[in-house]
Design a protein around this ligand. Structure first.
Ligand SMILES: Nc1ncnc2c1ncn2[C@@H]1O[C@H](COP(=O)(O)OP(=O)(O)OP(=O)(O)O)[C@@H](O)[C@H]1O
Ligand SMILES: CC(=O)C(=O)O
Ligand SMILES: [Mg+2]
Length: 762
């Protein structure tokens, strides 16, 4: 025999062996090689399966059955799938393969006669890992005849209806699909479950463990409500445990397969894991996470005091900036074809669609990966459809980054050359956290609805903090998601996306006497957000769109061409010079106040001198607003306003909020959208911090709320510093809220503890 053998033992396998042993086999081999307690196993390789098809003469009938099948006809599809599965399951296995499996089984039986047969799909054939779950696993197999039957059951599961449908739609050849089978000692566990090495949504360094009685299948399939344990990796102890009534368990029974039975009353409410077991499991989790360099979703089983690890794979549901920073993993490093800044976390694969011009957005299909020089508000409808977004230009605060984060769509910005290097139709994978683009589809895990993973996603209860934790919103459709974070209000509602999304400039509405239309659009959008945050403050920022963003819109033909729009005609300066445009906004706000929305506050961007605030307030007064009884505040985003904050307080601001995106660029002269200087963009530059510190102290002295709504307010490092320096609220991006709330709480607690210890000289 030449080439890869029919049988490979776990010790011979490494992660590169996916073509022969499939994803699961390769991962188990790799885990065993780093010393994780993986039960002994051998793999019946994909080459063995192929040989089986050839020697039994099944290739041709399978080909005929599937080749011209109309997979959109469900009845035809189901019946063809059933026939294909029967062919594979009932064929007589060639003697030489049989005998190799028998010899291996005999050897494995020395440590335990009962085994599991676990399908292990090869990535090339099934690039969408959501199909991994389509293949069979047979637990509790005793005896060679049962084992051969189990293996053929796994092989046959390659021809499930959904798998056939998917392959045919993706243009995969049914001829060359492959499957391996892991034959592993069955761990007849007393307790088992899953663990997430880091929080599956926020990426915090909390290990979440779910466990129940019997085999792990009960937890994985969602058949039981498991216990839930939270282990804080920094404190090295269990910080939370939720004991659930475990009504049923799945156990190994007889010679083949499992049964589900009731758990006797006395064990239902009993705690499954001791603190020591939680800690040992968490330690294995850390070993695996550090090896792969990315948080892992693992399966474990315990018999007596022995722990076994049955599976480990990357978690891709993490929304926050990840806890682990190693660069290997999720695919081979040499498949990386492009790099930029990870602007919106998440991993997605799909075909490239290059958009050079807004006119082309009609070409964008659901699931595409949109590549463009830079997005603009006209592209938002297309951005809603795509699986990921990649841009040539921009940084963490550009349009593409902000909108993608709100849509929950992975995005990489500032790649410089995505539009040149990538080609329409080319399939790529985008890692929006690390800022990497891979050729092809990199295996990833898709959360299974109703699974343990999704239950965990909504887990931890809200932490109460003295510093308010608010959220930034740009699009009304994100309001519900934003409110669901439990945020204490909206610290920044950008209205540019509402206005620019209309695709006509405010001036167009004025010139065409269509002011009412403009006001009602703006009002409806803001109202959606106000309604999502009843009784909580919502600070709406008046218009701050640079001229280049207006130019593409109807009515934008006469926008001045500015050498540097960032320093140009935007924010409050433009509104004060364009009273009609400002009035449209004021009238909108007034109507909302008149409707009883007392939670509405208005924030002026780009103010550089108190007289601008005074003039704006006067215009509100002239429009009939009771200016002393509504919240009018400013953004501190020009160094001048940070320096003059005392004077702003005298002028009557009710609050101030740091727009660090601009404050940083103006303090250290770094255009935040210019990728040539992104590396020099430094939020914690001492001059920036000095300006912020001084302004915070002035606001506190003046009794004025002081907040932050720039991107730095979504970064734990910066937020720690801000809380230490007395900021009274922070406003973060939706995806960052849990992480920021935890950061705020920890910092506050540390400040209290430090103060308490001081008198004792600790
Ligand atoms: N050796 C074993 N001993 C005990 N239980 C096992 C063993 N192998 C697997 N299991 C249990 O069986 C369940 C299903 O196994 P497996 O991981 O092979 O299939 P799957 O989860 O359906 O596949 P995929 O992970 O590819 O979607 C696991 O969740 C685990 O609880
Ligand atoms: C939010 C904003 O405007 C800024 O950070 O500059
Ligand atoms: Mg700004």
């Amino acid at each position: 025999m030449t080439g890869v053998p029919d049988i490979l033992w776990l010790e011979e396998i490494r992660k590169e062996d996916i073509p022969s042993v499939g994803g699961k086999g390769a991962s188990l081999g790799e885990m065993a090689s780093i010393g994780l307690p993986v039960p002994p196993a051998f793999v019946v390789t994909s080459q063995a399966f192929r040989r089986f098809l050839v020697q039994t003469g099944l290739e041709k009938p399978l080909f005929e059955l599937l080749e011209s099948l109309d997979v959109d006809d469900n009845d035809l599809l189901e019946s063809a799938a059933q026939k294909a599965k029967d062919l594979v399951h009932k064929a007589k296995m060639p003697d030489d393969i049989k005998s190799e499996i028998s010899i291996a089984y005999e050897k494995l039986s020395r440590t335990g006669e009962i085994v599991a047969a676990r399908s292990s799909a090869t990535a090339e054939d099934l690039p969408d890992a959501s199909f991994a779950g389509q293949q069979e696993t047979v637990l509790n197999i005793r005896g060679i005849e049962n084992l051969l039957n189990g293996i053929q059951t796994c092989w046959a599961s390659l021809y499930g209806a959904r798998a056939i449908y998917y392959r045919s739609k993706q243009g995969f050849d049914h001829h060359i699909v492959n499957i391996a089978v892991v034959v592993q000692q069955l761990i007849n566990s007393e307790k088992a479950g899953v663990l997430f090495t880091s929080h599956p949504v926020t990426g915090e360094s909390l290990t979440i463990i779910e466990g129940s009685w019997g085999l792990g299948e009960a937890v994985v399939s969602g058949a039981v409500s498991p216990d839930n344990y939270v282990f804080d990796r920094r404190l090295e102890r269990t910080t939370d445990r939720l004991i659930s009534p475990k009504i049923i368990e799945i156990v190994a029974d007889g010679n083949y397969g499992t049964i589900t039975r009731d758990v006797e009353k006395s064990r239902q409410e009993m705690q499954v894991l001791s603190d020591d077991e939680v800690k040992r499991l968490a330690t294995y989790g850390i070993v695996s996470e550090e090896h792969y360099g990315i948080p892992q979703d693992m399966e474990w089983a315990i018999v007596g005091d022995k722990i076994f690890i049955l599976q480990s794979r990357p978690i891709t549901t993490i929304k926050g900036v990840g806890a682990v920073k190693k660069e290997n993993n999720t695919g081979s490093a040499d498949a990386v074809i492009l790099q930029g800044q990870g602007a919106s976390p998440g991993i997605a694969s799909g075909p490239v669609i290059i958009i050079d011009d807004v006119k082309d957005i009609g070409k964008v299909k659901e699931g595409d990966i949109m590549i463009t020089r830079m997005t603009n508000p006209d592209m938002v409808p297309a951005m809603r459809k795509v699986a990921a977004i990649v841009t040539d230009e921009g940084g963490m605060t550009c349009h593409a980054a902000i909108v993608s984060r709100e849509l929950g769509t992975p995005a990489v910005v500032g790649t410089r050359k995505a539009t040149q290097i990538l080609k329409d139709g080319q399939v790529i994978t985008v890692d929006g956290e690390k800022g990497l683009i891979y050729e092809g589809v990199i295996a990833q895990q898709v959360p299974v609805v109703g699974s343990a993973q999704v239950q965990i996603a909504s887990a931890p209860a809200k932490i109460i903090t003295a510093t308010s934790v608010k959220v930034n919103v740009s699009m009304p459709e994100a309001a519900q998601r934003a409110a669901a974070t439990g945020a204490d209000g909206v610290g920044l509602l950008r209205i540019e996306h509402l206005i620019l999304g209309l695709n006509k400039t405010p001036n167009w509405y004025i010139q065409n006497h269509r002011e009412e239309e403009f006001i009602s659009e703006l009002m409806n959008g803001i109202k959606v957000v106000l309604d999502s945050f009843p009784g909580k403050p919502v600070w709406v920022r008046t218009l701050d769109a640079p001229t280049d963003e207006f130019r593409n819109m109807q009515g934008g033909e006469n926008e001045p061409i500015e050498h540097n729009p960032m320093l140009g005609w935007r924010g409050i300066r433009r509104d004060l010079q364009s009273p009609a445009q400002f009035k449209l906004q004021i009238d909108t706000f007034k109507r909302l106040w008149d409707l009883g929305y007392d939670n509405l506050g208005i924030m002026f961007p780009m103010v550089s001198h108190p007289r601008e605030f005074i003039k704006a307030k006067e215009l509100f007064r002239q429009a009939g607003v009771d200016v002393e009884n509504v919240d009018l505040g400013i953004m501190i985003e020009i160094p001048a306003s940070a320096v003059l904050v005392d004077d702003f307080i005298k002028a009557g601001i009710k609050f101030a909020s740091f727009g660090t995106n601009d404050l940083i660029q103006y303090t250290i002269a770094i255009d935040r959208n210019n990728e040539n200087v992104t590396d020099m963009y430094w939020p914690k530059h001492p001059a920036v911090l000095a300006l912020i510190d001084q302004a915070i102290q002035a606001c506190r002295k003046g009794g004025v709320e002081v907040s932050i709504c720039g991107q730095a307010g979504s970064e734990p490092d910066m937020v720690t510093w801000l809380v230490e320096h007395g900021i009274t609220s922070v406003s973060s991006n939706i995806d960052a809220i849990p992480k920021i709330r935890e950061t705020v709480a920890r910092t506050e607690q540390r400040i209290i503890l430090d103060a308490a210890r001081r008198p004792y000289g600790c």
